[in-house]
Ligand binder design. Structure first.
Ligand code: NDP
Length: 460
């Protein structure tokens, strides 16, 4: 490897790239990492972390409202967007500094520059400098898509800008029905904006269990978010400080801010993938094998740029596995099954494993257990909300193959349920576990009556 300037060049300092660089350096590799924007990537800078901080902020409204039923009298609470954004920015800067310190301590050379591939072993920096590397890791992440080129699209923002709005808009229009759209609907609504969510399909959160989708939508609507389905924003017009959105069905919605959350695209453009001869997969991401190796033997790719499972912990795991495989002498493939996931919406969603629909295609027999109940806290707060817990069981083996939850702390519950599901726990194992009372999660081990049972339809 000594013919090269470095053993590993990492392009992109997000979750996957940072982990890969650090572990490779700990395995003794000479590592250089280029990041053109801020170290930490989408998750830290304009994704999971700032989003969760905004989610916390938005939930205080409900807390204040609920407090009255428990005897508290509060002065009329007021909210200041600029304080929230300034405090959030301070925390993000702290995290970015911590990432920089960790990498530096591990011996990784950090270059604050755009980097492109000149050929399979050469990376070119923005200043023209070229670095020869034995291995290259592409971890450039993704970027928000703005969808179709509709008239007035320049008036719309993506989640990137949502984190830096100068003030809280009074009326927010969101296009999309996935993670980001649903999460920001909860954030803006909780902070006091009037929110309308426009989704092209029949119901939001496609890919999640159907009961979850219905439950979330109904609860969102109860909490004041207007959900318009079966249409899209066809055009946006600016009238002074306001926007008019024309929907495909012919109706119009007035708003102060239009946010599009219609998916993310792998950051591949102008990276030089053609120069290096790297193949692109059908889903638009860089094509990789189970060890994250691209079609070029010394070039690997991890995280959202591969468009596999676009979640931070997955990118981290892929980055770590890559470093162990190439520099640690321990070939490691990442298992992408049973990845727990959460939507930090209002109400929150936590899920792991197969949905009912998926199980009914895979399992000879699928048993469904469901509990829907008013959480204890709501009895005194008076909040109009219900929790949904659902277990999907392979009726043949008895294994719990899916767990889907909507309600307070659903994400925390999903993380723990994921351990049981990963360990192939059966429904009998769940039932043998003593309940912890009074909790929401106890219902997961006390559901005794099947709500439905389905035999797989015979193949045609
Ligand atoms: P998603 O893929 O989750 O959702 C995209 C949404 O936009 C879908 O509802 C989709 O509709 C709709 N859509 C796509 N194209 C168009 C179009 N041209 N016109 C109108 N609507 C359109 O993407 P997000 O942007 O919400 O999030 C990107 C990714 O980031 C997520 O998939 C996830 O991997 C990650 N993420 C994870 C979070 C978490 O873990 N909590 C939080 C935020 C993001 P349809 O359903 O019909 O395809």
């Amino acid at each position: 490897m000594s013919d090269y300037d470095v053993d590993l060049f990492v392009i992109g300092g997000g979750s996957g790239g940072v982990r890969a660089a650090r572990i490779a350096a700990q395995h003794g590799a000479r590592v250089m990492l280029a990041e053109e924007y801020r170290l930490g990537g989408t998750c830290v800078i304009r994704g999971c972390v700032p989003k969760k901080l905004l989610v916390y902020a938005s939930r205080f409204r409900g807390e204040f409202e609920d407090a009255a039923g428990f005897g508290w009298t509060l002065a009329q609470p007021s909210f200041d967007w600029s304080t929230l954004i300034a405090n959030k920015d301070k925390e993000i800067a702290r995290l970015e500094a911590a990432y920089t310190a960790t990498l530096t301590k591990a011996g990784v050379a950090i270059v604050k520059s755009r980097a492109t591939l000149a050929d399979a072993h050469t990376v070119q920096l923005a200043n023209g400098e070229r670095v020869r590397a034995a291995y290259i890791l592409i971890s450039t992440g993704g970027t928000p898509s703005m969808g179709d080129q509709i008239p007035g699209i320049e008036h719309a923002i993506s989640s990137n800008e949502a984190f830096h709005l100068p003030e809280l808009p009074r009326r927010v229009l969101i296009q999309g029905g996935g993670y980001i759209a649903v999460e920001f609907a909860g954030i803006f609504s909780g902070l006091g904006a009037q929110v309308t969510l426009v989704y092209r399909g029949e119901n939001i959160l496609r890919g999640f269990d159907d009961d979850v989708r219905q439950h979330v939508r109904a609860d969102m609507e109860k909490h004041g978010v207007k959900v318009v389905t079966g249409c899209k924003i066809a055009a946006l017009k600016r009238n002074g400080a306001h926007l008019a959105a024309h929907l495909t069905g012919g109706s119009q919605i007035a708003a102060d801010c239009a946010m599009f959350a219609v998916g993310r695209l792998p950051n591949i453009g102008k990276l030089g993938v053609q120069a290096a001869g790297i193949a692109i997969a059908k889903n638009g991401g860089i094509s990789v094998d189970e060890y994250s190796r691209t079609s070029v033997a010394n070039i690997y790719a991890v995280g959202d740029v591969t468009n596999r499972v676009n979640l931070t912990p997955v990118a981290i795991r892929e980055g770590h596995a890559f470093a162990d495989t190439v520099f640690g002498g321990k070939p490691t493939a990442v298992d992408h099954t049973n990845v727990p996931t959460a939507v930090f919406s209002d109400p929150e969603v936590g899920a792991v494993g197969l949905t009912e629909g998926q199980a009914r295609l895979h399992c000879v027999q699928t048993d469904i257990y469901k509990a829907m109940f008013r959480p204890l806290r709501a009895t005194l707060s008076g909040r109009d909300t219900t929790v949904l817990l659902k277990l999907v069981v392979d009726g043949h083996s008895g294994r719990v193959v899916g767990c889907h939850m909507v309600g307070e702390r659903a994400a925390e519950m999903a993380q723990l349920a994921a351990i049981a599901i990963k360990m192939r726990a059966t429904k009998a194992d769940f039932d043998a576990t003593m309940a912890l009372h009074p909790t929401t999660a106890e219902e997961l081990v006390t559901m005794r009556t099947k709500s439905a049972s389905y035999a797989r339809a015979a193949a045609e």
